[in-house]
Design a binder for this molecule. Structure first.
Ligand code: ATP
Ligand code: MG
Length: 586
């Protein structure tokens, strides 16, 4: 183990589900992972059955499935038994509306209980669930509803009136809009009151006998590198949700688990609904947005054991400092995991110091449906590394030649594209209406992820950058993450975004935009100091040639830096698809 690695606790609070990586990997089979689930008679499989009904019919009927924390002080506990009934009611509402198997049910709502009931009830019916982020503006909403041929939309009166009502004529296929009304609120014209429909529906509606290959979920990608793509997932994905929840997030049935991702994104569905419920855990849902004081209060008061969050949230907490943590006891917290963006080493070390638990980075994409590479509870963390391929996942570094051939790179330390041997259960089954794009993502039995990585001699993967973001300068390939990580180590810098701009001599040169820590002023001296700092740490070939300052980096609503926008803005080029931009005008 190298000296900067963080060792796993010698006496863990709970024995991890995976105690030895090599043994678990050697013994793993997807057949056994399938057998760990119930399944349906005759070889059927249904996500809602595995997440909810399985527990509701067993000894965990009274156990709290969802603990919902309202924006203000309201809260609601929903047991597995109650959730089974609510989801049956929702499935039965869909029956009554004539919604058939594999027809699309969209949700556009904040994190309200009805959203979770709709997601799982849709799956119980055998229809396809597609979440939309509630902060989307009308255009991205319309585009996605159209692309996905939405039959039903579950939303709130406010969101409907503000964002959807004016689109209805454009969406003839959208037959039903069901709204979750607050007390005293009436359903707007053209919508129906969801609560009223649920009250009349059948609480015992059995789960639809779906097959493993039946279409279950539609997720749009984050749109970080271009126009969002609709990834299609089958019910079989639940095999990965369950297995990876146990292996990568170390979920135990007794756990209180909190995933801070919004269900508008794949993380918020795979790991913010399905995986924790499959494990029989209690899952927290917080309706409110990020707030350091509130978050620490939740982690402490709700005795959260496993916390799954994003690098951008951890960086914000780091930027704010330790003060809001005062008086909050995080003693119950056993495991922290992070996903979505590279997790810079400084944050890993900082979480270890402040929370006495290091953040475990893991890697996956909308297309993979579940975690593929992870830092496990039983292993050391090498800060900056995404970890090891999960048991059952065959990951390689490959070189994709222009003629389409793919060569596996066996030597450690060499950069190449991350590829996954096709065939894991949660692999996407298509890009909606883009069969050629789907076909192009595969070659010689590998799924090509579009991310560049290195693997060290022990099998740990290190993120270099997205193929689209990588900077080619004077014959070198530079991953923005490496440069950003170094800049963020400077005490003045909170966040950094790095991209390439054209240069006649070098092809491209490296440019950075930094956000400063509170109270730090941007001066020519600081600029020079940062340039020098980066140069001394990275060498002149890799260090940015220009460093500018920016108040906020452009990010997707799922928290990813949109480097293509930094580049476009810098060069005065068209911005392209900005539907998922966090600070954009919706
Ligand atoms: P689009 O495909 O539309 O450009 P996107 O790739 O950002 O958007 P997602 O599927 O939400 O959409 O994100 C997956 C991507 O996020 C990965 O391909 C990778 O580039 C990045 N990512 C996820 N986890 C990590 C991680 N742990 N470290 C580095 N990058 C990560
Ligand atoms: Mg992508």
């Amino acid at each position: 183990m190298d000296s900067s690695a963080i060792a796993p606790p010698a006496a863990p609070a709970r024995t991890p589900n995976v105690t030895d990586y090599d043994t678990a990997r050697a013994a793993f089979s997807w057949d056994e992972a399938r057998d760990a689930l119930d399944g349906l008679p005759g070889g059927g499989l249904n996500i809602c059955h595995e997440a909810v009904d399985r527990h509701a019919h067993g000894t965990r009927r009274e156990h709290t499935a969802i603990r919902w924390l309202g924006r203000r002080s309201s809260r609601r506990d929903i047991s597995y038994g109650e959730l089974a009934e609510l989801t049956s009611r929702f499935a039965s509402v869909l029956d009554d509306l004539g919604v058939g198997r594999e027809e699309r049910v969209f949700a556009l709502a904040g994190r309200i209980p009805e959203l979770y009931v709709a997601a799982l009830g849709t799956l119980k019916r055998g229809a396809v669930f597609c979440p939309l982020f509630s902060a989307f503006g009308p255009e991205p909403i319309a585009q996605r509803l159209e692309l996905g041929d939405a039959r039903v939309l579950v939303t709130t009166p406010r969101l409907y009136t503000r964002k959807v009502a004016a689109l209805r004529e454009r969406l003839p296929g959208l037959r039903h809009v069901l709204v979750a009304c607050r007390p005293g609120e009436a359903p707007p014209e053209g919508t129906r009151d969801l609560a009223e429909l649920l009250a009349m529906a059948d609480p015992q509606r059995p789960v639809e006998p779906t097959r493993p290959e039946d279409w279950a979920l539609l997720h749009f990608t984050s749109g970080t590198t271009g126009r969002p793509k609709g990834a299609q997932h089958a019910h079989e994905a639940v095999v990965v949700h369950h297995a990876s929840g146990r292996m990568a997030l170390d979920l135990h049935p007794e756990d209180v688990y909190w995933c801070t991702a919004d269900p508008g994104w794949v993380t918020g569905t795979s790991y913010g609904i399905i995986a924790p419920l499959c494990s029989g855990a209690t899952m927290l849902v917080d309706e409110a947005e990020f707030d350091a004081e509130r978050w620490y209060g939740i982690l402490a008061d709700e005795r959260v054991n496993v916390w799954y969050t994003a690098p951008t949230a951890l960086r914000m907490l780091m930027r704010i400092g330790a003060e809001p943590l005062a008086g909050h006891d995080l003693g119950a917290l056993r495991f922290i995991a992070s996903v979505g963006e590279p997790l810079n080493p400084e944050v890993v070390v900082w979480t270890d110091q402040l929370y006495h638990r290091p953040a475990h980075d893991n890697w996956w994409q909308t297309e993979t449906g579940g975690i593929m590479i992870a830092n496990l509870a039983c292993r050391e963390i090498r800060p900056g590394s995404m970890g090891l391929a999960l048991p059952g996942i065959d990951a390689a570094v490959v070189d994709r030649a222009r003629d389409g051939t793919v060569r596996v790179i066996d030597e450690p330390g060499v950069e190449g594209e991350l590829a996954l041997r096709a065939g894991w259960p949660s692999m996407f089954r298509g890009y909606l209406d883009q069969p050629e794009l789907y076909a192009r993502a595969f070659a010689h039995g590998w799924y090509l992820t579009g991310d560049l990585v290195r693997r060290d001699a022990d099998g740990f993967f290190w993120f270099v950058g997205r193929r689209d973001d990588v900077i080619k300068t004077a014959g070198h390939l530079i991953g923005p993450f490496e440069v950003e990580s170094v800049l963020m180590e400077h005490e003045a810098v909170a966040e950094a975004g790095v991209f390439g701009i054209p240069d006649e001599v070098a092809g491209q040169i490296v440019k950075a935009q930094v956000c400063l820590n509170p109270g730090v002023a941007w001066t020519p001296e600081l600029q020079r100091e940062l340039l020098g700092f980066a140069r001394s740490r990275l060498g002149p070939a890799v260090a940015p040639r220009h460093i500018g300052v920016i108040d906020d980096l452009p990010k997707t609503r799922s928290g990813k830096i949109m480097r293509r926008l930094l580049r476009a803005r810098d060069l005065g080029l068209p911005e392209g698809d900005v539907s998922t931009l966090e600070n954009g005008t919706p």
